[in-house]
Each structure stands twice: as structure tokens, then as C-alpha cells.
Ligand binder design. Structure first.
Ligand code: NAP
Ligand code: MG
Length: 491
């Protein structure tokens, strides 16, 4: 029987029986050390913290909190592996190791998917169908480049940079680790990676995979901890490159810390993307695209379509259909295969979202939320939209990073473009129209790194990803993603 606590219940609606993913195949240790020099070691700091399941508020495991001395140890291990093994290895051999990581990830995909949902709160359907397969695909893709760098940079000689320090957020924990580690290794660098405090588990499981793949000790080091650990990596003198994904606020701090140093860097930061629906769009498909754009992964997506711009003549129809569709979204247990919207990643993030909901109402916006019965424990936010908002409102300008959509209307093409670009961010965007010419005009007019046409939130390892303006510096993914991990010289 469906338990009312974890099911959406609404007037005249229906309920599905629970279809929970089994966790029998999940093996988690009670306590994790730091993965340095090819083995798990106790932190010199002596400190550990709990990682929490945001759907139950229960601790899943204790995880080491790396201090400066630990980061130093990891960087030294990475340097040694770089000088003695990895940078000297024939590129083809490096490629074989990366392929091996990809294959083991595929073999253990079910376990990784369940752990991603347990630790981070995302629906199992997404962990299973998006996060884990894409993470493996990234390793496969960059493994293929390892011995082809001469073709990636014709006429130039690509040399590795050395030790890459990498700091990632909690919204796509394993996928972000793959985005960072795979190109770094393919180019001959070694790595010190810090996962986010709230989602360290799949990175630690990846450390196990890396050990099983027999990578030379120290090629990949995983140090868990909070912001301070990230700052210690950024500031360490033995690091040659910093790759960061996270908030614009922390990105600014990192840029300041790196100014005047020889360290190369890439920053993937926040976003506030416009999803633009023209009157000639296929409306039902567009409504699916809106839902996927903002409610996917609880809106914990840097490139989420968090602003909807809809042409005036179809606005009522689109909003009506959107509300109907929202009513069918199932909010609840992330491990249930029926769930559309899982748990908000942490108490802190839930508080941040809740404060924006208040702000939106104070600014005069009309808030609509679906009538869900939410579980008593855990962190939840029903799908939410704001209509009647102005361009200057904070819910239109600022990144909320939750399942909250701000809806505005426009009359013509130019107004849509002006509104889309009226933001400090420039990470992504979406256009829905029947006319190819409109797609091309809009995609060349929007100042954003990724723009989807008649779809949203589609990712592929071959496609470069990154932002304009306050959304970041540099590109990851595809051929462009190699650039960030090499020095180019004459042949
Ligand atoms: P965040 O606070 O910036 O944290 C990101 C990472 O940086 C975490 O590992 C964090 O550690 C660490 N960190 C915190 N303070 C640091 C410091 N002073 N120096 C070095 N590292 C530090 O971001 P978040 O709130 O976790 O993630 C959400 C943000 O990421 C959103 O703004 C989103 O748009 C952005 N994001 C961007 C992309 C992209 O590709 N552009 C992708 C995903 C997410 P702790 O977690 O332990 O604090
Ligand atoms: Mg957690």
C-alpha cells in the first residue's frame, strides 16, 4: 500500500504503490579515511563528520575532515605520482587505466546510483539513468583522447600541467568528479579532488574503483572536508591548476586567491537561465521542457531553466497546463522509482529556498505550489512557481537552486532576448519554437554557454559546457575540456 507520507496526494488524483530500489547491493563502511597515495588513511587532523541522508536525516557514514597537513600530504602524493609515473607513462597506457575506471563504474552502476540517491536526495531514476551512465561516459570519452592529443591540438605539443586541485559541489557528485578527473588524467596530470561536504560518498566509492583499476598510487587522491579543505587545495603552492564548480560567491574568493599566481584555473559557477516559449512552439512538449528544466534534480542544477519567459498570447494556456502537470509530480522517497522530485540536499539549502519563497511573496509575486503531503522527516520543497514578478525582483535575478520557477511574459522576439540577457549570469538557456530561423537568432543573441532548442538539460561528454559573465571561466567537456589541462607549445 502506498503510504500517504511519501506520496503525493491531491484532490481527484491517484497514487502509485511504492516501488523502492533495493539497497541490498550497497556496501558502505561506517567510517571513511582520506584516499591518499592509493590507500585510505586516517586524517592527521583527527576529525570526522557525519554525512546525512537528506530524506531521513539519518547518518550514513562518518567521513574524514581533511586539514591543511592532510591536503599537503595529498598534494605531495600527487606530485610524486606525476613525476615518477603518470607523466612518463605512454599515453596509450594511461588511456587503458581510464577505460578500466569507466568499465568498473558501469559494472557497479546500480550500487553507485543507490548511494548517490541516499547521500544527495536525488530520485533514483535520475541517478540511475543520468548521473551514473554520464559519469562512465565521461571516462570512456576522455580515455579515447589520451593517446590522440596530437590530433586535438594539431601542430602543437600538449604537455600536462602537473597536479590538478579540483573542488566540486553537491548537485551531481559523481558526475562532477568524472568531469574533473577524466580529462585531467587523459592529459597526463594527477589529481587532488575534494567532494562537497554533504555528498562525499560516491567520490569515496570512486576511490575504491580507482584502487581496483590499479592506478599507480597517488594519481588520484580524494580528500573530504568542508570549505576550508577546498581553500587549502586552492592555496597550496604545489598545485598547478584549479578546477572549481560551485557558487559564484566562492568562485570570486578563488579568483582572488589565484590572482598573481602561475596556477591555471577553470570556474564553473551559478546560473539563472531563461527558458523561452514562443507562441508557435509545440506547447505540450514545451511544458514537459519547463518541468524538466526546473524540477529535474529538485532544481539543484546550475543550468536549470529557472526563469520562464512565455509569449503573452499563449501565457495563460502554458501556465494552466504547467500547473496541471505539476500536480502529477511525485515528491518523496528518492529511492522510489516513481519519484519525480526527491529531497532537498541539506537543511541549509532548504532554509535558503524557504527564504526565497518569502522574498518572492514580499515582492508581490503570486506563488503556486502543488498540494503535496510531504514526509515528516527530511528536507522537502514542493514544485513552486511565481507569476506576476518583475525583472528587478530577487526571485528573477538571483539563483535559488531549488524547484522554484519565476514566470514572466514577453510580446516579441526583442523583448524576450532583452529579458533573457538581463542577468549577471550566462550559463545556459532554452528556446521553444517551430521556426528554425528564430532558434538561430535567439541562440546567437543569448549570452550563455549552452542553449537548448526544443529540449532542455541534455548533456553529453562531447559537448563543451561553461559560462559567460558571472557563470564562470573556461569550458569543460568535449575537445574544449582538454585545453584546460595542458600547456601548449611548439612541436
Ligand atoms: P559552493 O558553496 O561554492 O561549494 C562548492 C564547493 O566548494 C564545495 O566542495 C565546497 O565545500 C567548496 N568550498 C566552499 N568554500 C570554499 C572556499 N572558500 N574555497 C574553496 N572551496 C570552497 O557551492 P554549493 O552551494 O555547494 O553548490 C551550488 C552552486 O554550484 C550553485 O551556485 C550552482 O550554480 C553551482 N554549480 C555550478 C555548476 C557549473 O557547472 N557551472 C555545476 C554545479 C553547480 P563544502 O561543500 O564542504 O562547503
Ligand atoms: Mg549527504
Amino acid at each position: 500500500m502506498a503510504t500517504p507520507e511519501n506520496k503525493l496526494a491531491f484532490d481527484g488524483g491517484w497514487e502509485y504503490d511504492p516501488a523502492p530500489e533495493s539497497t541490498d547491493h550497497v556496501s558502505l563502511k561506517k567510517r571513511y579515511g582520506l584516499f591518499i597515495g592509493g590507500e585510505f588513511t586516517a586524517p592527521q587532523s583527527g576529525r570526522y563528520f557525519d554525512t546525512i541522508n537528506p530524506a531521513t536525516e539519518e547518518a550514513l557514514a562518518r567521513v574524514a575532515d581533511a586539514g591543511e597537513a592532510d591536503v599537503d600530504r595529498a598534494v605531495r602524493a600527487a606530485r610524486k605520482a606525476y613525476s615518477e609515473r603518470w607523466s612518463r607513462m605512454r599515453p596509450k597506457e594511461r588511456g587503458k587505466y581510464i577505460y578500466r575506471i569507466a568499465r568498473i563504474l558501469q559494472e557497479r552502476a546500480r550500487e553507485f546510483a543507490a548511494i548517490e540517491s541516499l547521500d544527495g536526495g536525488k530520485p533514483i531514476r535520475e541517478s540511475r539513468d543520468v548521473d551514473i551512465p554520464l559519469a562512465a561516459a565521461h571516462f570512456f570519452y576522455y580515455a579515447g583522447w589520451a593517446d590522440k592529443l596530437d590530433y586535438a591540438f594539431p601542430g602543437r605539443r600538449a604537455r600536462p600541467l602537473g597536479v590538478a586541485g579540483q573542488v566540486i559541489p553537491w548537485n551531481f557528485p559523481l558526475l562532477m568528479a568524472a568531469w574533473k578527473i577524466a580529462p585531467a588524467l587523459a592529459c597526463g596530470n594527477t589529481v587532488v579532488l575534494k567532494p562537497a561536504e554533504t555528498t562525499p560518498l560516491t567520490a569515496l566509492k570512486l576511490a575504491e574503483v580507482i584502487a581496483d583499476a590499479d592506478l599507480p598510487p597517488g594519481v588520484v587522491n580524494i580528500v573530504t572536508g568542508a570549505g576550508k579543505t577546498g581553500a587549502a587545495i586552492v592555496e597550496h603552492k604545489g598545485v598547478n591548476k584549479i578546477a572549481f564548480t560551485g557558487s559564484t560567491q566562492v568562485g570570486r574568493l578563488i579568483m582572488r586567491a589565484l590572482a598573481g599566481t602561475p596556477k591555471k584555473y577553470t570556474l564553473e559557477l551559478g546560473g539563472k537561465a531563461a527558458n523561452i516559449i514562443f507562441a508557435d512552439a509545440a506547447i505540450d512538449q514545451a511544458v514537459e521542457g519547463i518541468v524538466n528544466g526546473i524540477f529535474f534534480n529538485q532544481g539543484h542544477v546550475c543550468c536549470a531553466g529557472s526563469r520562464l519567459l512565455v509569449q503573452e498570447s499563449v501565457a495563460d494556456e502554458v501556465i494552466e497546463k504547467l500547473k496541471d502537470r505539476m500536480q502529477t509530480l511525485i515528491v518523496g522517497d528518492p529511492l522510489d522509482k516513481n519519484t519525480d522530485i526527491g529531497a532537498i540536499n541539506s537543511r541549509m539549502q532548504l532554509d535558503k529556498i524557504a527564504s526565497y519563497l518569502k522574498v518572492g511573496e514580499q515582492e508581490g509575486g503570486a506563488m503556486f505550489q502543488t498540494a503535496c503531503r510531504l514526509p515528516k522527516k527530511g528536507y522537502w520543497c514542493p514544485p513552486t512557481i511565481f507569476t506576476g514578478v518583475a525583472q528587478s525582483n530577487r526571485v528573477v535575478q538571483e539563483e535559488i537552486f531549488g524547484p522554484v520557477l519565476a514566470i514572466q511574459t514577453f510580446r516579441d522576439f526583442d523583448e524576450a532576448l532583452a529579458k533573457a540577457n538581463n542577468t549577471p549570469y550566462g550559463l545556459s538557456g532554452g528556446v521553444w519554437t517551430d521556426k528554425g530561423a528564430k532558434i538561430f537568432r535567439m541562440t546567437s543573441g543569448i549570452r550563455a554557454g549552452v542553449i537548448w532548442a526544443n529540449t532542455f538539460n541534455k548533456f553529453d561528454p562531447t559537448a563543451p559546457f561553461g559560462g559567460y559573465k558571472e557563470s564562470g571561466v573556461g569550458r569543460e567537456g568535449g575537445l574544449h575540456g582538454l585545453d584546460a589541462y595542458v600547456d601548449l607549445g611548439a612541436r
